[in-house]
Write a protein that binds this ligand. Structure first.
Ligand SMILES: *Cc1c(COP(=O)(O)O)cnc(C)c1O
Length: 390
């Protein structure tokens, strides 16, 4: 006889998985033999560059890399991250104390609230957002307070709209620019306001810069750590996943305030043993050697962006070409909800994209399309959308 498994309440507290219905419709369409164009997942379709794969191969033969890594990562990897930061943002970091490697940015984001937040304390979480900020908060027993990201505010949180008594109870604030899912960007002026707000209420800031290297038309996303005083209030997450087409490799890093970095290191030392060192060596190759593949990716995504944005506009959909990220945030047509629009695209056009409501309440009314299919498929997608919308 099997025992009865009651899962922990924290699991039940996670928001319902809103993609169930979409997944079902996708499977039905596939069963009907429909040719699916998948713009649903933020996972680069292009391979990792050869030099990075070769670095992994060489590193994987070294017996020293077959042993447990240190949870903070190889010093050489942290030095490479510091060098990359200095070159890219002009920010100086101490690789010994201000950087640790992560098993993907997601791992660090999910664990950070465990390091900083006591049960009942507030975490400021954007809405719509990457779901891990909220999940990590709930797992730590924290209380999420959702900051709406609205079109009229360029999808930046309105810090003045956060009630003072909430801000006083807040320990941590997550922000993410360039933003998933809206494609919005933030300048240093916004980061300066965040530093001021953080100082006023004694809040630690965690900015997720996963998309800093996917930008267009000469735009160069900033680092939060470039803002004066940012190193005293917060940290920034980076991922090699989207920049170098390495989502499966699981490697990223956190940089910034040394006590925050150290707190996350303590959590990691007790939960995981760090990233496979051979993957860290491949990461060093990615960060320090030719960035030609990054430039090429930007060019590829730019062409795709232009094809999709033009095609969507031609059928009367309201879209802005993003300055960064590989997402198009589309306002759904009148009379549709996020879910009804996305459902219709799957059933009638074989196009899979993500309903904005799945990223939070304020994502309702939008759909997210990822530029992870080639230009000919995106052109085909816009043809099909034209047929469906007439
Ligand atoms: C993809 C993504 C991540 C995850 O990055 P990994 O390094 O692969 O874990 C983190 N944040 C955002 C906003 C993302 O879109």
């Amino acid at each position: 006889m099997a025992i009865k498994v009651a899962v922990a309440e924290r699991l039940a507290k996670l928001p319902p998985y809103l993609f169930v219905e979409i997944d079902r419709k996708k499977r039905e369409a596939m069963a009907r033999g429909i040719d699916i164009i998948n713009l649903g997942i933020g996972d680069p379709d292009r391979p990792t560059a050869r030099n990075i794969i070769q670095a992994l191969e060489a590193a994987s033969f070294k017996p020293v890399n077959h042993r447990y890594p240190e949870s903070e990562g190889l010093l050489e990897f942290r030095q490479a991250a510091a060098t990359w930061y200095e070159r890219r943002f002009g920010v100086q970091l101490d690789p010994q104390r201000e950087i640790i490697s992560l098993i993907g940015a997601k791992e660090g984001i999910g664990h950070l609230p465990l390091a900083l937040v006591n049960p009942g304390e507030v975490v400021l979480v954007p809405d719509p957002a990457y779901p891990v900020y909220n999940a990590g908060t709930i797992f730590a027993g924290g209380e999420p307070y959702f900051m709406p990201l609205l079109c009229e505010n360029n999808f930046l949180p309105d810090l003045k709209a956060i009630p003072a008594e909430t801000a006083e109870r807040a320990r941590l604030m997550f922000i993410n620019y360039p933003n998933n899912p809206t494609g919005a960007v933030a300048g240093l002026d916004f980061y300066e306001q965040v530093v001021e707000f953080a100082n006023k209420y004694n809040i630690i800031v965690a900015q997720d810069n996963t998309y800093s290297e996917i930008a267009y038309d000469g735009y160069q996303p900033a680092s939060f750590l470039q803002a004066p005083g940012a190193m005293e209030v917060g940290v920034e997450f980076h991922s090699l996943s989207k920049t170098f087409n390495m989502t499966g490799w699981r490697i990223g890093f956190i940089a910034g305030h040394r006590e925050v970095v150290e707190a996350l290191r303590s959590i990691k030392a007790n939960l995981d043993s760090g990233a496979f060192q051979a993957v860290q060596e491949a990461g060093i190759e990615a960060l320090l050697n030719s960035q030609a593949a990054v430039d090429e990716s930007q060019q590829v995504y730019k062409e795709r962006r232009d094809v999709l944005v033009e095609g969507l506009r031609a059928v009367g959909l309201a879209v802005e070409p993003p300055k960064a990220t590989f997402y198009i945030w589309v306002r759904v047509p009148e009379g549709h909800t996020s879910a009804s629009f996305v459902g219709m695209l799957i059933e009638k056009a074989g196009i899979v994209c993500t309903p904005g409501g799945g990223f939070g309440k304020y994502g309702e009314g939008y759909a997210r399309m990822a530029l992870t299919a080639d230009v000919s498929r995106l052109a085909e997608a816009t043809r099909r959308i034209r047929e469906v919308l007439g």
